[in-house]
Design a protein around this ligand. Structure first.
Ligand code: 13P
Ligand code: ZN
Length: 270
């Protein structure tokens, strides 16, 4: 067996968690990441038949039975992931219609996956139906997106249009826009179900007064989505209290659609 700490998926996960911490998106234990792995890539590094222990998930996700995930641990600090991956991360395989997870590696101090596991797994199931290439769900607490949910209308179309207007390339990066959930109790199956429902139509879901969820085909794409939305929110928070003299018009957005071959969410542009 090869050393799992040299696996490309592990190296990328550690780099991403470290980078997210460096961006200030993951204070203390804030945020969590789940990366779906292929059985053949896992088999190079561990024996999937050897479970260290079994963890109950508290929900059912039959579509994900047999799937492998590299997931951040609950209560774990992103800043520490690079120094102790085996304590702060774990690899699980779902079984029993997703109601249980075999731990194959990690959570070495007796810990377990993130408390947001329901939102992650339900979002994976939802995104895989839209795009079979989806592999990542990422949650974090970027300050400007969070701030924006205190001062901006939470209507999804209005919220998205404001973000699109803040940087020219936003509409190119997330043409489907962002969906928004009102404040809800985190770590529950209910917020998991609500997030997954929103994931049917967008890869970004804002949790008001809490943070954001992103989904994508790899860690880079997902990080980049959140990075772009957060940059737009930062600009909004810099200008929201000032008179708006200029903006990006809907006609200009249509030019961007044509130039970059993207289609904005139906009905969200004039
Ligand atoms: P965990 O430490 O359980 O991953 O929770 C962090 C978080 O951001 C909850 O929303
Ligand atoms: Zn959170």
């Amino acid at each position: 067996m090869k050393d799992i700490l040299t696996a490309p998926f592990m190296v990328e996960m550690i780099r991403t968690a470290t980078n997210m911490y460096a961006h200030g998106w993951d204070e203390r234990n804030g945020g969590n990441i789940s990366l779906m792995l292929e059985e053949n890539e896992v088999r190079e590094y561990l024996d999937p038949e050897k479970a260290l222990r079994t963890i109950l998930t508290g929900f059912a996700a039959p579509e994900l039975e047999g799937k492998y995930f590299l997931v951040t641990g609950t209560g774990k600090y992103f800043k520490n992931v690079q120094y102790a991956p085996e304590v702060n991360l774990g690899i699980v395989r779902l079984k029993d219609r997703g109601q249980q997870a075999d731990l194959l590696w990690g959570y070495a101090d007796g810990g377990q996956f993130t408390s947001e596991f329901p939102a992650h797994m339900m979002s994976h199931a939802a995104r895989l139906k839209v795009n079979p290439e989806n592999r990542v769900v990422m949650h974090c607490h970027p300050a400007n997106l969070l701030a924006m949910t205190y001062v901006h209308d939470l209507d999804e179309k209005q919220f998205t249009r404001t973000l699109w207007q803040m940087c020219t390339e936003c509409i190119v990066v997330f043409p489907e826009g962002v969906n928004v959930l009102p404040w809800m109790l985190c770590g529950t199956n209910e917020i998991g179900e609500a997030t997954a429902e929103k994931m049917k139509t967008a890869r970004l879901v804002v949790w008001s007064q809490h943070g954001i969820y992103g989904a994508g085909k790899d860690l880079d794409e997902t990080f980049g989505l959140i990075e772009t939305a957060e940059k737009a929110a930062e600009i909004y928070m810099k200008i929201a209290h000032l008179p708006r003299v200029n903006t990006i018009t809907d006609d200009q957005m249509h030019l961007l659609e044509k130039r970059f071959g993207v289609k904005a969410r139906e009905g969200w542009l004039d």
